[in-house]
Design a protein around this ligand. Structure first.
Ligand SMILES: Cc1cc2nc3c(=O)[nH]c(=O)nc-3n(C[C@H](O)[C@H](O)[C@H](O)COP(=O)(O)OP(=O)(O)OC[C@H]3O[C@@H](n4cnc5c(N)ncnc54)[C@H](O)[C@@H]3O)c2cc1C
Length: 178
C-alpha cells in the first residue's frame, strides 16, 4: 500500500482547510486522503479558479459517443468516506439477524480486507488499529451495526464531528425514522 512522505520542499504543508496535506511516498499529493480543495492547492490548481466538485447528475444529451459519461473526478477523502460508510452501514442492515459461523467469519475477513485496501491509506491505518483493539462483533446483526457505528464515531471524534447515538443506527440505516 502507498505510504506517506513528508511534504516535498516546494509543496505546501497545510491546505486551505487548515489540515496537513497528505503526500504519497512518490511525493504526489494523495487524492483520496485530502479534501478536494487541499488537493487542488497541493497540485497548484488553486492558481486557477477553484473548481467545485462536479456533480454526478446525468450529463446533458451527448453530442458524441465519447461524451456519454459526465467527466466526474475521482473522490476526495470526504466523498470517499461518505460512500464507504453508506456501504458499510447498509451491509450491516442486511446482515443476517442470526448469522452462521461461516457468515460471521466471512464478515470479519471482509472488514479486515476492507481495511487493507481502503484507498485513503492513513484512514486505513487508523481503522486497522481500531479493529486490533476492538474486535468486530459479528454474532448478530445488531451487534455488527453497533460495532460499525462505534467505529464510525471513533473517526467522528478524531475529526471533531458530533457522535451518533448508536441505539439509533437501525433507524438511520435500516428501518427509517417513521
Ligand atoms: C473506515 C473509514 C475511516 C476514515 N478515516 C478518516 C480519517 O482518518 N480522516 C478523515 O479525514 N476522514 C476519514 N474518513 C472519512 C470520514 O469519516 C467522513 O466520511 C468524511 O469526513 C465525510 O463526512 P460527513 O460529515 O459527510 O459524514 P460521514 O461521517 O461520512 O457520515 C455519513 C452519514 O452517516 C451517518 N452517521 C454519522 N456518524 C455515524 C455513526 N457513528 N454511525 C452510523 N451512522 C453515522 C450520518 O447520517 C452521516 O450523514 C474515514 C472513512 C471511513 C469509511
Amino acid at each position: 500500500m502507498t505510504k506517506e512522505a513528508s511534504a516535498p520542499q516546494d509543496k505546501p504543508v497545510f491546505g486551505a482547510s487548515g489540515r496537513k496535506i497528505i503526500y504519497d511516498k512518490d511525493g504526489k499529493p494523495c487524492r483520496s486522503c485530502n479534501t478536494l480543495l487541499d488537493f487542488q492547492m497541493a497540485t497548484g490548481g488553486m492558481n486557477k479558479a477553484p473548481q467545485k466538485a462536479k456533480t454526478e447528475v446525468a450529463a446533458p444529451a451527448a453530442s458524441k459517443e465519447t461524451d456519454v459519461y459526465a467527466k466526474v473526478d475521482p473522490p476526495d477523502v470526504e466523498k470517499l468516506g461518505r460512500s464507504s460508510w453508506t456501504l458499510l452501514h447498509s451491509i450491516a442492515a442486511t446482515y443476517p439477524e442470526n448469522p452462521s459461523n461461516k457468515q460471521q467469519a466471512d464478515m470479519k475477513q471482509f472488514l479486515k480486507l476492507f481495511g487493507n485496501f481502503y484507498p485513503c491509506w492513513f484512514c486505513a491505518e487508523d481503522f486497522e488499529k481500531y479493529m486490533a483493539k476492538n474486535e468486530p462483533t459479528t454474532d448478530t446483526q445488531d451487534h455488527l451495526g453497533k460495532w460499525l457505528c462505534e467505529a464510525h464515531n471513533d473517526v467522528n471524534k478524531k475529526l471533531g464531528k458530533p457522535e451518533f447515538d448508536c441505539n439509533l443506527w437501525k433507524k438511520r440505516w435500516k428501518d427509517g425514522w417513521e
